[in-house]
Design a binder for this molecule. Structure first.
Ligand code: GAR
Length: 197
């Protein structure tokens, strides 16, 4: 299973996923794709010996150059790990049911256009929520609306700042995201072995 990781920022989830599957025979992560040349995720990828690429917003949204790259590395699936641009229809059609995203809140609350990263945590605190969490979902053509695969929640205290919420949510992301990827696609390993037999 060859998976491309897409990220726009720091890439702590990318690093966590790469480390989790470091010695895995079935899961391979040949490349990281970003829409930001200067995103810290490039450094993390480099230090883990994974190739990383950047596309301008225009190139990304047209879909063609990214699709070409993914095809040339024989990518089977795409994981959005902190990726902030909308995925163009061309890519969604090319990878049906094979693109997943992590969102730092309990969807359908606090999702949609403009809801990413710290903005989500600020909105959660402003709304006086008593819990937040993570949602891992399939990607369709609308922001944060694909079917939910997995959610985990954490409770919030009244005094929690957006930074506190971010810390709690990140802990959940790092704990669960690799395991969800594994449980979603590991069964394909058995299927492909059976096919070869
Ligand atoms: C993560 O919290 C992820 O859930 C969020 O961006 C952060 C990236 O952190 N994604 C979104 O907000 C998508 N709407 P990281 O760069 O440290 O992995």
């Amino acid at each position: 299973m060859r998976i491309a990781l897409f990220a726009s920022g720091s890439g702590s989830n990318v690093e966590n996923i790469l480390r989790y599957f470091e010695n895995d025979d079935f899961f391979v992560f040949p490349l990281v794709v970003s829409n930001k040349v200067d995103a810290y995720v490039h450094q993390r990828a480099k230090s883990l010996h994974v190739l990383s690429f950047s596309f301008s917003r225009e190139d990304f949204l047209s879909g063609e150059p990214v699709l070409e790259l993914l095809r040339s590395y024989e990518i089977d699936a795409v994981v959005l790990a902190g990726f902030l641009l909308k995925i163009p229809p061309l890519l969604i059609k090319a990878f049906p049911g094979r693109i997943i995203n992590i969102h730092p809140a309990l969807l359908p609350k606090f999702g949609g256009r403009g809801m990413y990263g710290d903005r989500v945590h600020r909105a959660v605190v402003e709304a006086g929520e008593t819990e937040s969490g993570i949602s891992i979902h399939y990607v369709n053509e609308n922001y944060d609306e694909g079917n939910i695969i997995f959610q985990a929640s954490c409770s919030l205290a009244e005094k929690d700042t957006p930074e506190d919420v971010a810390t709690k949510v990140q802990r959940l992301e790092h704990e669960h995201f690799p395991k969800v990827i594994e449980s979603l696609w590991r069964p394909l390993a058995a299927a492909s072995t059976r096919e070869r037999e």
